[in-house]
Ligand binder design. Sequence first.
Ligand SMILES: Cc1cc2nc3c(=O)[nH]c(=O)nc-3n(C[C@H](O)[C@H](O)[C@H](O)COP(=O)(O)O)c2cc1C
Length: 146
Amino acid sequence: MKTAIVYYSAHHGNTKKLLDAIAEKYDVALIDVTKDKTADISQYDRIGFASGIYYGSFAKQILAYAEEKLPKGKTVFYIATYGTKKSSYYRAIGKIAESKDCREIGRYGCPGFDTFGPFKLVGGIAKGHPTEDEINGAIQFYDNLR
Ligand SMILES: Cc1cc2nc3c(=O)[nH]c(=O)nc-3n(C[C@H](O)[C@H](O)[C@H](O)COP(=O)(O)O)c2cc1C
């Protein structure tokens, strides 16, 4: 099953740490949406979207890409890192995928070092995240996708 993960990981590369660990073990194409905004993913059976959380959602670059390039009827999954956990972070990307009749097979999220805005003044939150356990959790998540 051919898999691509389209990602945005600009803050501290937190999300990319999870993806690199997955890509080290599995044959998966990682597509950086900041470098390739128009990548053709129609050849892939499974599409992952991975992102740090920005203002309560997956990065707007990911949402714009999904809106424009996600083909109808794909199998999708989500990976996120955030400062503080909330289930609503997946809402916008989920809606776009649903509007394209895509089927979600899972989502994985964990904390990621966050020095945005006022958090910078206190040395950031979620320091040291993602941890090794959280990175291994992402590998396990990927392994369990069916
Ligand atoms: C501009 C900006 C906005 C953010 N907004 C949120 C937010 O709404 N909720 C949250 O939990 N974390 C928020 N964060 C923290 C990031 O989601 C977190 O640090 C994430 O791990 C960054 O991933 P990355 O390093 O892969 O880009 C924000 C960070 C930045 C820089």
